[in-house]
Design a protein around this ligand. Structure first.
Ligand code: BGC
Ligand code: BGC
Length: 598
């Protein structure tokens, strides 16, 4: 790796002390470190986790926050800039006021690589405007078991489609010149086979203990957590994939090959295991395959506390992961303990200095490639780009291109321009439901979490007050000619969204029954991060649209296709299961709607 370095970086590396090298390998969560400690420990990277926002959340406060850490880094002896990372997975989604695009599962249905590239380019512009130069995206997850709470982070059920969109996304982030101030670093994740884990194999949370003893005094053990666990939370996320090397090589590895070819310079290790062996300590897949066989020149970062799961003893966790090929550790909290362990490991020769030098060379190489030495700060005037009208227009385009029309009896859609409607469902007026998880907070939440347009607002604007009645609970007793009912999953992220059963809830079924009874024609729109089981309910719908998790511009984008300003063009890219027995999805499983349906 060292031979790849520019003269400047070779000199820099040669002048570094061990503490400075270990600092570069350390990534800390922003709330866990004061800017002064960035300087003291020569920290190489800071991140905002899901919802890691400044107290007042705006583009300007974000920029000020990131710049405060950067200023400390630039005052260190060597002045190496930090790389600030955040999960900009559907737009710069932690930031209030940023443009929120559809989650990847929707983009897969749009089947439009050019659109994905433009979205990535806008995401990079908005992210870089706040001083953040690294997004933990794209997820190359090939979700097989859609009970998995991360299904929506993946693009499609077929590896070829994922590879195609991942390439477009990475190309978009780089803006044709990754040293440019508005380009940001991609992170292909989660390496490898994160979507292939088995239901019931997750050990992330001691489910039994929490379910049995609900009185334990710990935030994690709260009532709502217990309720989610009963529904299946943490059953599959971070679990074990029983999978042959041949299948990994045919289905999962090509995705990373494509990402590397497209220019990805960071890869995140998966929390999950392969045949019982955790990826964070897996020398074969991290070093022999990714770095040596595929020739990956960038660096490998861990997931959040990912090394902690390797062993009961933290020292051994650190030694095993670094020796396996991890270059940067998303600690994210107790950085002093991490630095202490890795320093002792080098002195004790449990980790060779050459391994440290290789990791640091990779990190410096990426920082230089990303133009960080030239542009450590964002220009203040760039803040106006965040959530701009031009960016929102692309998000609106994405909504209409991802809305998948799966039933349309007697060509009910598109509606006549003058058609008045009764709108139903709380989600028809909730930005939070249309955006899903990873929106302002980690799990996302219902309500006006950020700026955007709900379907209710868009229809009012399009049709005028008089032509839209809003009946969130479908309580009206009069018959409407046309009703639009929006059903939605409650927002979730990661293992918190694992579910035993994907049937509609009893509340949703009751709402649907009431809506059906009060409208001559009924259109149902579903906001969800995966197909849900609707086989029985489908008969009571005249039209059905899977809108996935369309993001901040859902209202106008959906109105555009409902009223026929644009045609529906999305195609189903997942088998839509008939019942729970069709999950995990296989190409031969029964499907209510097969792949490719339009
Ligand atoms: C997730 C990653 C994410 C990281 C930082 C982890 O819990 O698994 O996908 O990038 O947190 O927020
Ligand atoms: C953080 C996320 C992280 C998750 C891991 C959350 O508290 O906000 O970024 O991915 O924890 O479990």
């Amino acid at each position: 790796m060292k031979s790849l370095l520019s003269n400047r970086l070779q000199k820099l590396l040669a002048s570094m002390q061990l503490e400075e090298k270990i600092g570069q390998m350390t990534q800390v969560e922003k709330n866990s470190i004061s800017p002064e400690d960035i300087k003291k420990y020569a920290i190489g990277s800071v991140l905002s986790g899901g919802g890691g926002n400044p107290e007042v959340n705006s583009p300007a406060t974000w920029q000020a926050m990131v710049h405060a850490y950067q200023a400390e880094a630039l005052q260190t002896r060597l002045g190496i800039p930090i790389l600030y990372g955040s999960d900009a997975v559907h737009g710069h989604n932690n930031v209030k006021g940023a443009t929120i695009f559809p989650h990847n599962i929707g983009l897969g249905a749009a089947q439009d690589a050019d659109l994905v590239q433009r979205i990535a380019s806008i995401t990079a512009i908005e992210t870089a405007a706040t001083g953040v130069h690294w997004t933990f995206a794209p997820a190359l997850s090939l979700a097989q078991d859609i009970r998995w709470g991360r299904s929506y982070e993946g693009y499609a059920q077929e590896p070829e489609a994922i590879a195609n969109f991942a390439k477009a996304f990475i190309t978009g982030l780089e803006q044709g010149n990754r040293r440019a101030p508005e380009a940001i670093l991609a992170c292909a994740k989660h390496y490898i086979a994160d979507g292939a884990t088995m239901w019931g194999s997750s050990k992330r949370i001691d489910r039994e203990r929490i379910l049995v003893d609900k009185t334990l005094e710990n935030a994690e053990m709260s009532e709502s957590m217990a309720m989610l666990l009963e529904k299946g939370a943490w059953m599959i996320d971070q679990g074990d994939a029983l999978i042959s090397e041949a299948t990994i090589r045919s289905h999962h590895l090509p995705l990373y090959q494509a990402a590397i070819e497209a220019g990805a310079l960071s890869v995140m290790a998966s929390y999950s295991s392969i045949n019982g062996a955790k990826m964070h300590g897996h020398h074969y897949w991290l070093t022999s395959v990714l770095k040596e066989e595929l020739g990956f020149k960038g660096f490998i970062v861990t997931d959040w506390e990912g090394v902690d799961q390797l062993d009961d003893d933290y020292y051994r966790c650190v030694v095993q992961s670094i020796n396996a090929g991890i270059d940067m550790v998303m600690v994210p909290f107790d950085y002093k303990r991490f630095i202490d362990c890795l320093s002792r490991a080098v002195v004790a020769k449990d980790v060779a200095l050459e391994r440290i030098d290789d990791a640091v060379a990779r990190i410096l190489y990426v920082k230089e490639q990303m133009g960080l030495f030239e542009y450590p700060y964002a220009a203040p005037e760039r803040l106006a780009d965040v959530g701009s009208a031009a960016h929102r227009a692309v998000a609106r385009e994405a909504v209409r291109k991802t809305a998948t029309l799966l039933k349309n009896d007697a060509n009910l859609l598109p509606l006549k321009q003058t058609q008045s409607v009764r709108l139903m469902g709380e989600a028809a007026d909730s930005i939070g439901h249309q955006c899903g998880g990873w929106t302002v907070s980690w799990m996302g939440e219902a309500g006006a979490v950020t700026s955007g347009t709900t379907l209710r607002q868009a229809l009012k604007q399009r049709l005028g007050e008089a032509k839209v009645t809003y009946d969130p609970e479908a309580r009206a007793t009069s018959m409407a000619e046309v009703g639009v009912l929006v059903l939605a999953e409650e927002p979730y992220a990661e293992g918190m969204g694992d579910r035993h059963d994907l049937a509609l809830s009893e509340t949703q079924k009751t709402l649907l029954a009431r809506a059906r009874a009060s409208c001559h024609k009924l259109i149902v729109i579903l906001f969800s991060g995966r197909p849900r089981i609707i086989t029985e309910e489908l008969t009571s719908m005249d039209a059905f649209i899977a809108a996935w998790l369309p993001g901040s511009e859902a209202g106008e984008g959906l109105a555009d296709v409902l009223w026929g300003d644009y045609p529906f063009t999305a195609k189903l890219h997942y088998h839509w299961p008939v019942s729970m027995t069709d999950i995990p999805l296989t190409p031969t499983a029964k499907a209510l709607f097969p792949l490719g349906v339009q």
